[in-house]
Write a protein of this length. Structure first.
Length: 90
């Protein structure tokens, strides 16, 4: 899950950067109204920054234990392929 978050964050940040370049280009050479590219640039950059914050928070949370999907029991050192708490197959 963390890898997908990082990839989505990088893609959003890259799209934001491309829209910033496009907004600058249209404003500089007077080709089009720069409001649409500027709004998209701000939106994608904001989404990329928010994604980066969420990825960083998720990674630094420190809870990297393997847990049961059903009851969230920590599955450290088990020998049976079942959760010892609720019996859920792993």
């Amino acid at each position: 899950m963390l890898r997908i978050n990082i990839i989505v964050t990088i893609v959003l940040a890259a799209l934001g950067g491309l829209f910033w370049v496009y907004a600058w280009y249209t404003f500089r050479f007077g080709m089009d109204s720069p409001s649409y590219p500027a709004v998209m640039a701000v939106a994608f950059t904001a989404c990329g920054c928010l994604g980066w914050v969420l990825v960083t928070y998720t990674y630094r949370r420190g809870d990297h234990e393997t847990r049961c999907r059903k009851c969230k029991y920590i599955l450290r050192g088990i020998t049976d392929p079942r959760c010892p708490e609720c019996g859920e197959p792993i």
